[in-house]
Design a protein around this ligand. Structure first.
Ligand code: SF4
Length: 151
């Protein structure tokens, strides 16, 4: 048992639990967890250094675009990893592509569409709530993005 502050997400503890099991020589071959303990990052990391098979549902996309069922969530964009850009449903190609860290310190790619394209877009309300700025996408790194896309 591990007690954590209320602000600590369950998913942040998955690796901690695995390491504690390793330290006690109790790491199982399979670890079955609930939704809160798994994301695409763990699906990859659990397969490699620890040789553990992590089984559990990945949390669904919680963006407002996904919830609206009319919005343009990430899967509506075509990502070109080689040329480092994304193309939206309207056929517009993004302007910038930068790597940064997310709130948990994981590296992510931030892709920004072109402001003139988004401001003039006839379907903007399905894509962004901002009336004056461009759509910004946050992508996990390619192996994680592709692992999640297969789920
Ligand atoms: S708002 Fe921008 S990114 Fe979204 S569909 Fe329109 S042009 Fe493309």
């Amino acid at each position: 048992m591990e007690t954590t502050p209320a602000t600590t997400g369950d998913v942040e503890m998955t690796q901690v639990i695995h390491q504690a099991l390793v330290d006690k020589h109790l790491l199982p071959q399979k670890h079955i967890v609930d939704t809160a303990y798994v994301d695409a990052q763990h699906l990859l990391t659990s397969e490699t250094p620890l040789g553990l098979e992590l089984l559990g549902p990945v949390p669904s996309n919680s963006s407002w675009q996904e919830k609206a069922k009319l919005g343009f969530e990430l899967s509506c964009f075509t990502v070109d990893w080689e040329h480092r850009h994304a193309t939206c449903r309207q056929g517009h190609i993004s302007k910038s592509w930068h790597q940064r860290s997310d709130n948990y310190g994981y590296p992510v790619i931030q892709v920004r569409e072109r402001r003139p394209d988004c401001v003039a877009c006839s379907v903007r309300s399905q894509c962004t709530h901002s009336p004056a700025t461009a759509r910004v996408l946050t992508l996990k790194l390619q192996p994680l993005y592709e692992a999640e896309a297969k789920l």
